[in-house]
Design a protein. Structure first.
Lengths: 282, 297
């Protein structure tokens, strides 16, 4: 009996320890980055372009490029994703073809991001002739986040209580009226949460954009859809790859800005989720 | 009268809307078709110059210098070194965390740990790359002085940290899906929690835990930026984690950053490598989802 209790206690300790170590990793990572990047975090960092001198370098090009790209990505991926989710959940017959689409989406979510980059290079840059532009990058990114948007939208649509639907149908509403008037508003918080998280993912992606041809040294901001561009993660990659210590610190500063954006996106998503969970008790 | 009008109108709107929604619903099929078509088209071009046997079984990868040689095995071994290494770090601790969260942790602690794992999962891979380069490798160097600046070990470690939250939350889901009666039965027989977990809970959800492993490994195989920054760009057929290596993904990045003209053989190699990468992750994901679905029944 004693041996059994000893096993029990040891195992429990081990499980708790793994969890604590995992959490410690996060804090070590954050501490390391904040310590390295703190020095360069001032207004110049947001208003200056890249430079040979670390002290004069800033992330203006990356920040503008990321915002341009994310806006276009959102405009393309969000309506497409929600429409696709509505069709698959509300309209499509659940037959073999539907299962194929289903399987296809979960599969696409697992395709490495760099493969999307090559698709974008062939399709948008060369075939459609958009060149190495912010438009090509944004469309590639839209394809990349689309499965995430669809999956999370479908989950939220599925979570809407059945009686809401039945009540609306009983009052004589047409199907589209039920969906757009009743179901979508209730599912919206969940859909929004998914969208915010996928936008966060798009902010942090570098690999597919490198393939599509985003530049690493840019001293201008995009002016139109055809402009060449860079994004924050690529600037960070560029700085981290240089030999001088100061550029590594600059990379850390860039990471701080990127993480702050992601954390605030996450925070908004959690707020939305908590707020509406209380209201609807889904 | 007005009622009939509005019904007619509703029908019209319904009719106009459906094709739009259907097109959106089918769009993902187009994406997959696009990926397969572009990759296989360029890969086909590549195999016109380089025999497929030389590509798949060659042991030397030197496409950018003369004399060129196109054996992909060094890239595959680099990828495996990273992803299996990451699995060695992430899988045991991920299972432990999953078990801790479902079986031991108080609801309050669970609610604290879950968001932290979500944050870890949401950190961009470039950040892990930076962490490997400026923190993990220097740390390893103090223990093992002869480790190279770019090495597979630090890459595998940070990719391990990266997939850890994924393993933990998939294991968490798998354990939560288990019927409570199974556990209660074992407890009623006088088993300790440890015995219930090792003897009942883990065997009963074994399939889904395996699926979690496979999906996590597949994620590590496709991981790009962290590996590129940490493990270097030195393709060699080695299983020594202290060496600098190159993965399939970081080769594709290397080509994209260089000035390779479109249509040239270097340009085509990245499609051939990507095709292989796509096939590998496809098979892994497919097996993972298959096991997952069976577990659900």
């Amino acid at each position: 009996m004693k041996a059994r209790m000893r096993h029990e206690r040891m195992f429990q300790m081990l499980c708790a320890l793994s969890t604590v170590v995992g959490i410690i990793f996060l804090f070590v990572l954050l501490y390391h980055i904040f310590q390295a990047g703190w020095n360069f975090l001032n207004l110049n960092f947001f208003t200056n372009f890249q430079s040979r001198f670390p002290i004069k370098s800033g992330m203006k090009a990356g920040i503008y490029g990321s915002l341009w790209m994310i806006s276009i990505t959102a405009v393309v991926a969000i309506p497409l994703g929600i429409a696709s989710a509505i069709f698959l959940e509300e309209y499509a017959r659940k037959n073999a073809f539907w299962r194929l689409v289903e399987l296809n989406i979960s599969n696409l979510a697992g395709v490495p991001s760099i493969v999307y980059g090559l698709l974008g290079l062939s399709l948008f840059v060369r075939t459609f002739g958009f060149g190495q532009s912010v438009l090509s990058g944004a469309l590639t990114m839209a394809l990349l986040v689309l499965p995430v948007v669809i999956v999370s939208s479908r989950e939220s649509l599925r979570a809407v209580p059945l009686n809401l639907r039945e009540a609306a149908f009983a009052l004589g509403a047409a199907k589209y009226q039920v969906i757009f008037g009743q179901i979508l508003p209730v599912a919206l918080p969940g859909i929004l949460t998914g969208i915010i998280l996928s936008i966060g993912r798009a902010f942090g992606e570098a690999a597919p954009l490198i393939i599509v041809g985003a530049l690493s040294y840019v001293s201008f901001v995009p002016e139109n859809l055809k402009s060449e561009f860079t994004v924050m993660p690529i600037q960070i990659y560029n700085w981290a790859g240089r030999p001088q210590e100061e550029f590594h610190q600059l990379a850390a500063t860039g990471i701080i800005v990127l993480l702050l954006i992601l954390l605030s996106l996450n925070f908004v998503a959690i707020m939305i989720r908590d707020h509406y969970q209380k209201r609807f008790r889904l | 009268m007005e009622n009939i009008h509005s019904i007619e109108r509703a029908k019209k709107i319904e009719k106009a809307l459906l094709p739009l929604l259907a097109a959106a619903g089918m769009f993902t099929l187009l994406v997959t078709a696009g990926i397969i078509f572009t990759l296989s088209q360029e890969t086909w071009q590549f195999f016109k110059t380089v025999p497929i046997i030389d590509f798949l079984f060659g042991t030397k990868w030197e496409p950018l210098m003369e004399p060129k040689s196109f054996g992909v095995l060094p890239l595959v071994s680099g990828t495996l070194l990273i992803s299996i290494g990451a699995g060695v770090f992430a899988i045991p601790s991920g299972v432990m965390i999953g078990v801790f969260l479902t079986e031991y942790a108080h609801e309050r602690i669970r609610r604290m740990v879950k968001p932290i794992l979500e944050i870890l999962a949401g950190i961009p891979t470039i950040v892990y790359g930076y962490f490997a380069l400026t923190f993990v490798t220097p740390l390893l160097k103090t223990v093992m002085p002869d480790i190279e600046v770019f090495n597979a070990l630090s890459g595998a470690m940070v990719v391990g940290i990266m997939i850890l939250p994924m393993v933990a939350s998939l294991v968490d889901d798998a354990l939560l899906a288990l019927p409570q009666s199974l556990k209660h039965g074992a407890y009623a027989l006088g088993a300790t929690p440890y015995e219930v977990i090792v003897g009942v809970v883990i065997p009963a959800s074994f399939g889904r835990i395996m699926a979690a492993f496979i999906l996590a490994i597949s994620r590590a195989v496709g991981e790009t930026m962290a590996v590129t920054m940490a493990a270097g760009s030195n393709p060699q057929l080695t299983f020594n984690p202290l060496n600098s290596i190159q993965t399939m993904t970081s080769y594709i990045v290397q080509v994209a950053l260089g000035d390779t003209p479109a249509g040239g053989i270097e340009y085509l190699t990245s499609y051939a490598v990507a095709f292989l990468l796509f096939a590998m992750t496809f098979v892994l994901n497919w097996i993972g989802h298959k096991i997952m679905q069976q577990g659900r029944k």
